[in-house]
Write a protein that binds this ligand. Structure first.
Ligand SMILES: C[S@@+](CC[C@H](N)C(=O)[O-])C[C@H]1O[C@@H](n2cnc3c(N)ncnc32)[C@H](O)[C@@H]1O
Length: 315
C-alpha cells in the first residue's frame, strides 16, 4: 500500500528519523514555573497544529506488574524492577530521575522515593510497560489539553504534538486521565498526583453534562457498528446522531476524542449509504491520526477505510 504512492515511503522514513532524533528542533518550548503547579512547559513561539513539541525515549521502562482483580495493578509491586532499572543508569541520569516531581500522601513519608517519583510522572511505553520521560514529565495536566500525547510503537518514542494552534507563551498541557467523566470523577482520578484541577472544564457544569452525553453517545453509536439496521430511516438517524457527536466533541475542545468521533461519523454515514460524507469523515479521522504519526497502525487502518469507500488518500 505504501509503495504505490510516489514520495510516500520517503516521507514516512523522514518522519521516523525525526521521531528517533534525540531533540526537537527548532526549539519549541521552555520549562519554567507555572503558578500553583510547580514547573511547567511553555511554547516559546506560535506552534501550529501538528507541530511535534517533544519527542523522547524513556529513561527507564519497566513491566506493568500482574493485575490484581478489582484493583488494577499495585504500584508497590514495581519496587524491585524500578530499583534494578535505576541502578544501571549513569549518575547524571539518576540525578535526572531524582529531580522529577515527587508527590506523596501524608501517610507515605517513608515510602520508597523511586516509587513515588515514578507514580507522579510515569506514562505507558506500549501495552505492557510503563516508563519515565524526564522532559515530558514537566508537562502539567488540563482536562481540555492543547497537546496530544502519543506512544510510537515503531520508534519507541513518546511524542507530544500540538493538537491545535498554541500561542507563544501559552502553557503546553496534556491529559493524565480519561476525560469523558464528570469533574468529580476526574478529580478522584487526579488524587494520585496530589492536585485539584481548576481548568475551565472543571469549573463548568455545562461541560460535565456535555462530557456525559458525549460518552453515552460514543458508547451507544460504536455498538451499532456491528448491526446496521435494515431500515434506511434508522441508519439515517444514527448518522445524524454521529454528526451531533462530532459537534459536541468539537464544542468541548476534546481533541483527544476527535479521531474516534470522526470514525463513528464515517462508519455510520457509510451504513446509511452516504458514501461521500463517509469519505469526508474518514479523511478527517486520518488527518487527526497523522498529527501524531503518519504511518501509525491507526492511520493505516483509516487509509484502508478510505480506500474501501473509493477514496485515494496518501497514508
Ligand atoms: C508530571 S508532574 C508535572 C510537572 C510538575 N509540575 C513539575 O514541577 O515537575 C505532575 C505534577 O505536576 C503538578 N500538576 C500537574 N498538573 C497540574 C494542574 N493542572 N494543577 C496543579 N498542579 C498540577 C502536580 O503537582 C502533579 O503531581
Amino acid at each position: 500500500m505504501l509503495a504505490g504512492v510516489p514520495g510516500m515511503a520517503e516521507e514516512i522514513q523522514e518522519e521516523e528519523t525525526l521521531l528517533k532524533s534525540p531533540t526537537t528542533s527548532p526549539l519549541t518550548y521552555e520549562v519554567k514555573l507555572s503558578p500553583g503547579k510547580g514547573l511547567g512547559v511553555f511554547a516559546v513561539q506560535h506552534l501550529h497544529r501538528g507541530t511535534k513539541i517533544i519527542i523522547e525515549a524513556p529513561l527507564v521502562s519497566v513491566p506493568v506488574p500482574k493485575m490484581v482483580p478489582g484493583q488494577g495493578f499495585r504500584i508497590l509491586d514495581m519496587i524491585s524492577s524500578l530499583e534494578t532499572a535505576y541502578e544501571v543508569l549513569s549518575p547524571k541520569q539518576q540525578e535526572e530521575f531524582l529531580g522529577l516531581h515527587d508527590f506523596r500522601f501524608p501517610s507515605e513519608q517513608d515510602q520508597n522515593r523511586l516509587l513515588t517519583i515514578f507514580r507522579s510522572n510515569a506514562y505507558n511505553t506500549g501495552d505492557s510497560k510503563v516508563g519515565l520521560f524526564p522532559k515530558i514529565a514537566r508537562i502539567n495536566h488540563s482536562c481540555s489539553p492543547n497537546s496530544g500525547n502519543w506512544w510510537s510503537e515503531k520508534t519507541d518514542r513518546r511524542v507530544i504534538y500540538a493538537a491545535r494552534d498554541i500561542e507563544k507563551g501559552e502553557e503546553i498541557t496534556v491529559s493524565y486521565i480519561p476525560l469523558l467523566k464528570t469533574t468529580k470523577d476526574r478529580q478522584a482520578r487526579l488524587e494520585q498526583y496530589g492536585f485539584i484541577c481548576d481548568c475551565a472544564a472543571c469549573q463548568s457544569s455545562e461541560s460535565d453534562k456535555r462530557r456525559t452525553k458525549i460518552w453515552d453517545l460514543l458508547e451507544t453509536l460504536e455498538l451499532k457498528f456491528r448491526s446496521p439496521s435494515k431500515k434506511t430511516s434508522t441508519n439515517d438517524k444514527r448518522a445524524a446522531k454521529a454528526i451531533h457527536l462530532v459537534e459536541m466533541v468539537e464544542d468541548e475542545g476534546l481533541t483527544d476524542y476527535l479521531a474516534r468521533a470522526f470514525h463513528v461519523a464515517a462508519v455510520l454515514s457509510q451504513q446509511s449509504g452516504q458514501l461521500n460524507a463517509a469519505l469526508e469523515w474518514a479523511i478527517k479521522e486520518l488527518e487527526i491520526h497523522q498529527l501524531a504519526e503518519k504511518a501509525s497502525d491507526e492511520a493505516l487502518k483509516t487509509v484502508a477505510l478510505i480506500e474501501s469507500l473509493g477514496g485515494r488518500r496518501r497514508p
